[in-house]
Ligand binder design. Structure first.
Ligand SMILES: NC(=O)c1ccc[n+]([C@@H]2O[C@H](COP(=O)([O-])OP(=O)(O)OC[C@H]3O[C@@H](n4cnc5c(N)ncnc54)[C@H](OP(=O)(O)O)[C@@H]3O)[C@@H](O)[C@H]2O)c1
Length: 316
């Protein structure tokens, strides 16, 4: 497999990152292990999670996804072959949130413990924290990199302006810089990324990873009418916002390309992201090994310029 370099860092990652928000939510431990095993057995190394996953499930408190990944890596003895991404800053309850230096130092220890490891490959600020100066957070990250607890840093959901300030602060102090932006991007949700973030990241060699790469499952084509919402207890109800004229036009274009390539709409939607210059890896989750096979097949699917033009036109 052709690995891709993340930003200017020395992380070499597969062109598909396995999303971990389903672990402890729509995939229990057994299903999660099956998906993780199939992913690693197919030669993939890149996994995404966050301290807060999956705290929204009744009875959970956050950390469930990290704990499942940690247990799996310990049981399989494969820590050194996996590139683990996790995030800090989301609301974990009480005052455990944000990007203040003291909290980051505390939160990283909790993540390391749940992941059963002594280093995190890629550590991301989950959201901007307007109450904390960027310099404070970046200084905290610099210490974690120096201590060997974190290899590379990045961010999620930051604006181009905030990233520009962050790069300037890192350069001024000689600190590690953000090498990754993880942002919402897929065939349906395009403008938020393409307008400002994409040119900024390409210009500054920040490696991009997209989340909701399948628009939470919509781009698999399994939701064509409200009756289909029952196909996923976890995600179905959220599909109403995609089921409109534009959404259906995108599905039609995905169907056309999928038919011509003997592929599935999900494979085509992921292949479209992989083909996008500057995009290092789409992040997508699977709740079963069957779904995962689709994601894996996408990495081998080559779209022609004509296919991309058809998909671009339908989703413009
Ligand atoms: N940085 C951030 O703020 C942020 C925010 C959100 C997510 N993320 C990350 O990005 C990852 C990806 O996002 P996501 O998991 O929410 O959404 P997604 O990847 O767009 O959609 C994945 C969901 O679609 C369904 N699916 C997957 N493959 C399928 C197939 N072949 N056929 C039919 N259905 C299929 C599954 O749900 P069902 O089985 O339930 O249908 C699966 O959980 C997350 O896991 C997380 O790691 C990051």
């Amino acid at each position: 497999m052709q690995l891709r370099r993340l930003g200017r860092s020395d992380l070499a990652v597969a062109p598909l990152c396995l999303g971990g928000n389903v672990f402890g939510w729509s995939a229990d431990e057994k299903a999660s292990f099956a998906v993780l095993d199939a992913f690693a057995d197919a030669g993939f190394n890149f996994i995404d999670t966050a301290d807060v996953y999956s705290s929204w499930v009744p009875g959970n408190k956050g950390g469930e996804s990290e704990a499942i990944i940690g247990k799996w890596m310990a049981l399989r003895g494969n820590r050194s072959r996996i590139v683990v991404t996790t995030k800090v800053g989301s609301d974990m309850g009480g005052d455990r949130k944000g990007l203040k230096a003291g909290y980051v130092a505390q939160a990283v220890e909790a993540s390391l413990q749940r992941l059963q490891t002594d280093y995190i490959d890629l550590y991301l600020s989950h959201w901007e924290d307007p109450e904390t100066p960027l310099e404070e957070t970046l200084g905290a990250y610099a210490r974690l990199v120096e201590q060997g607890k974190v290899r590379v840093i990045g961010n999620s959901n930051h604006s181009a302006a905030t990233m520009a300030s962050a790069l300037a602060i890192s350069a001024k102090h000689g600190w590690p810089r953000f090498e990754n932006l993880q942002t919402q991007y897929n065939l349906y949700d395009r403008a938020g990324y393409e307008t400002e973030l994409e040119p900024f990241c390409r210009q500054n060699e920040i490696g991009v990873t997209s989340y909701f790469s399948l628009a939470k499952g919509f781009l698999s084509g399994k939701y064509r009418s409200p009756a289909d919402f029952a196909k996923s207890a976890a995600r179905g109800q959220g599909m109403a916002s995609y089921l409109n004229a534009r959404g259906l036009a995108i599905l039609e274009a995905l169907d056309t390309v999928a038919k011509e390539k003997a592929a599935t709409p999900a494979q085509v939607a992921i292949a479209w992201l992989i083909a996008r210059p500057g995009l290092v890896a789409p992040v997508a989750s699977a709740t079963s090994v069957t779904q995962l096979q689709d994601l894996i097949a996408a990495t081998k699917l080559e779209l022609s310029a004509g296919d991309v033009a058809l998909l671009d036109k339908a989703s413009a």
